[in-house]
Design a protein around this ligand. Structure first.
Ligand code: SAH
Length: 243
């Protein structure tokens, strides 16, 4: 059995009880950089570890090779845990891994994880929805340049008051903020960059579409971007960082 397992956003206690159980039972754990390495200490003696590193959304190992690695391990071991940061289906390519296994007749289960998309803002005191402020939120890949002709992102649709959460977007922050101003969001529209969320190194930078690039220069990854009026609630709700 292969468990496509979410490791949560970083803080070890944000791991689910189910994930912890399969980690303790695993014969092999195939993991990414994003998963808190402390989690691996929960594995039993003799458990194998396979690192298929993933940095800021970029795989060091091509996805096809990761799929094959999981498959090969499933032939060797009874209990295979594929551990991924956050949730396996939120920009985690868990769907591709599941489909690859299914085609080859290998049984798998999905263990959802707490995604960084909501938990990291929460640890920064930013609720992704809030009565009277935002009735919905959207989680968007920031990996695609907004200027790319073939972009699948409907930028015009971001005119609404949805909270926008961009993952993997730090290197495109300048383009993203420009694009949002182009579609009509005000220059002083609130946004935040949150780095290493839920860990001891968490750092939040709050600014506007106009100045966020300058303010968040050199901030370490992983980091996500939140755009929306909900960012202002941090003034009342910040609980985790002392600033
Ligand atoms: N499956 C993951 C997301 C994978 S994409 C999930 O559900 O959380 C990787 C991106 O997630 C990073 O580029 C970053 O934007 C975001 N991310 C993951 N962990 C984070 C953390 N602890 N703090 C800030 N951003 C994080």
């Amino acid at each position: 059995m292969v468990y496509l397992t979410g490791a949560g956003p970083g803080e070890i206690e944000l791991l689910t009880i189910k994930a912890l159980r399969v980690i303790k039972e695993a014969d092999v754990i195939i993991y990414d950089r994003l998963a808190n390495p402390q989690i691996l200490k929960e594995a039993k003696n003799g458990c194998e570890f396979v690192y298929v590193g993933k940095e800021d959304g970029h795989h060091i190992m091509p996805q096809d090779d990761i799929n094959e690695t999981i498959y090969q391990n499933s032939l060797k071991y009874n209990t295979v845990v594929r551990l991924k940061g956050g949730d396996p289906f939120v920009f985690g390519r868990g769907g591709e891994e599941g489909a690859y296994l299914k085609e080859r007749g290998v049984g798998f289960q999905i263990i959802p994880g707490i995604t960084s998309a909501i938990s990291v803002p929460a640890y920064a005191g930013i609720p992704v929805t809030h009565r009277g402020v935002a009735v919905s939120f959207r989680v968007i890949t920031g990996h695609e340049s907004p200027n790319k002709k073939s972009s699948q992102i409907d930028w015009e649709s971001f005119k609404s008051d949805d909270t926008l959460v961009f993952l993997m977007g730090l290197h495109n922050l300048e383009k993203i903020s420009k694009k949002l101003m182009e579609i009509g969001k005000p220059k002083d529209f609130p946004c935040a960059v949150i780095s290493r969320g839920t860990t001891k190194e968490q750092k939040t930078v709050v600014g506007t579409l106009q100045n966020i690039v300058t303010l968040s220069k050199n901030i370490p990854t992983p980091a996500l971007i939140v755009v929306g009026k909900v960012v202002e609630l941090r003034e009342q709700l910040n609980w985790f960082e002392n600033d």
